[in-house]
Design a protein around this ligand. Structure first.
Ligand SMILES: CC1=C(CCC(=O)O)c2cc3nc(cc4[nH]c(cc5[nH]c(cc1n2)c(C)c5CCC(=O)O)c(CCC(=O)O)c4C)C(CCC(=O)O)=C3C
Ligand SMILES: [Fe+2]
Length: 377
């Protein structure tokens, strides 16, 4: 029996990036991530060391299991009967394992929730391609895009109120922590941080309604305003980037968070809160690029720095995700539904537009992608 509010869906796919569980997994995982992407060997060795430094295990898998449990609890609390199946693009349980589990459970129409809040190739199309290519490899993708197990996707949710509130809660807590450890909250700069992407990928993300960086800037303004209201003074803020890779000749979004801290210190700033709004949980990019590298940079510069939490399993976030599932189900039933947002941008599309989030602007991908009006663009 499908719960009416979630009909026509009979399963939820929690769809993530994946990460290694033990040292022997690190190299095969990196091979999966970088197949055909032109990441220089030196960068791969460097990233491998980040993982070995943490015992060869990424925190991401446990965090996805925690999010899965939190979603199950919230669905249960609302009386919604919807099995949650977890799958990853780059590590076990793989997308193909999730599809097999969905089939075993007799799922016919699945709603997919990706653990990436923003729209870009990395956070949108790459997941949709992975579904199409995996189904195709199993002989389950028709030439018209029809599939044996049908998939819909929840819209990019960076501007959903639950995501904004959970981030604002975490930033407000970080300001308190800064004051507790002797920092000057009133003088502090709030630096939002996200994953850098190539500028070509940034340009191609515009098709989704606004570019990747514009999405972050819009949410950052909302979070900063919320935190300012709670603290009772205006919090100045910036957006910086981490985790760039690719050849040095290829431009990626800047400034890098470490360079940015250097500039702030040179301007005489002593206090900073880093808010990783680009990431939904404390996975390796946060554990290494922020907690290890950027906090060391700040210490070298003589700054007081606190890293704010990610949304993780905070209630406003988890409740917001379940609201989004119900919203997506109402859209699938062709009902009029209010798509809640914060900031100045509209709700992003539930069914992606032709050419949405290509890897590079104007360059056909040649790879099929589900959950859009075009199978190939
Ligand atoms: C926008 C974005 C997100 C945020 C959205 C989201 O959360 O999905 C994200 C998340 C993640 N990225 C991750 C890991 C890696 N990303 C890489 C490479 C790349 N990421 C890119 C972008 C993003 N990546 C890009 C443009 C590349 C270049 C190659 C390519 O065009 O694809 C590489 C290769 C080595 C390197 O270049 O660093 C690794 C190992 C992990 C797992 C962490 C863990 O294990 O805990 C997670 C969650
Ligand atoms: Fe990445």
């Amino acid at each position: 029996m499908v719960t009416a509010a979630i009909a026509p869906y009979d399963a939820l796919l929690l769809f993530s990036f994946g990460g290694p569980d033990k040292p022997e997994d690190v190299v095969p995982f990196l091979r999966n991530v970088t197949a055909g992407k032109g990441i220089p060997d030196e960068r791969l060795e460097e990233v491998g060391e980040h993982y070995y430094g943490f015992g060869g295990k990424s925190p991401i898998n446990e965090q996805n299991l925690a999010l899965k449990a939190a979603l199950e609890a919230e669905l249960d609390r609302r009386g919604i009967d919807l099995p949650v199946v977890w799958g990853n693009r780059n590590w076990a349980p793989y997308t193909r394992d999730a599809i097999a589990e969905l089939e075993e459970r007799g799922a016919q129409r699945t709603v997919a929730l990706v653990t990436s809040a923003y729209s870009s190739y990395s956070g949108c199309r790459q997941y949709r391609e992975d579904l199409a290519v995996t189904l195709d490899g199993l002989g389950k993708l028709g030439p018209d895009g029809s599939t044996t197990v049908q998939f819909d996707k929840v819209r990019s949710y960076f501007n959903h109120p639950g995501f904004a509130q959970a981030n604002a809660d975490a930033v407000a807590e970080a300001f308190e922590a800064l004051a507790t450890q002797g920092g000057d909250a009133r003088a502090a700069r709030l630096v939002f941080v996200t994953h850098s992407i190539p500028t070509t990928m940034e340009a191609a993300s515009a098709v989704s309604r606004a570019t990747y960086s514009e999405q972050h800037l819009d949410l950052a303004a909302v979070v900063a305003a919320d935190v300012s209201a709670r603290l009772g003074f205006d919090v100045p803020w910036d957006l910086a980037y981490c985790s760039r890779s690719g050849p040095p000749s290829q431009p990626w979004l800047e400034p890098d968070v470490n360079d940015h801290l250097g500039k702030l210190a040179a301007d005489g700033l002593r206090d900073v809160v880093l808010s990783p709004i680009g990431f939904v949980s404390d996975h390796m990019e946060v554990a290494y690029d922020l907690d290890t590298e950027a906090l060391a940079t700040a210490a070298d510069l003589g700054m007081n720095a606190v890293r704010a939490g990610t949304v993780g399993t905070r209630s406003p976030f988890v409740e917001g995700l379940v609201d989004l599932l119900l919203e997506r189900a109402a859209i699938a039933r062709d009902e009029d539904v209010a798509e809640a947002t914060v900031g100045t941008l509209p709700a992003f599309r539930s069914v992606c537009a032709p050419g949405c989030c290509l890897r590079r602007d104007g360059e056909p991908s040649g790879v099929p992608a589900l959950c859009s009006t075009d199978l190939r663009s």
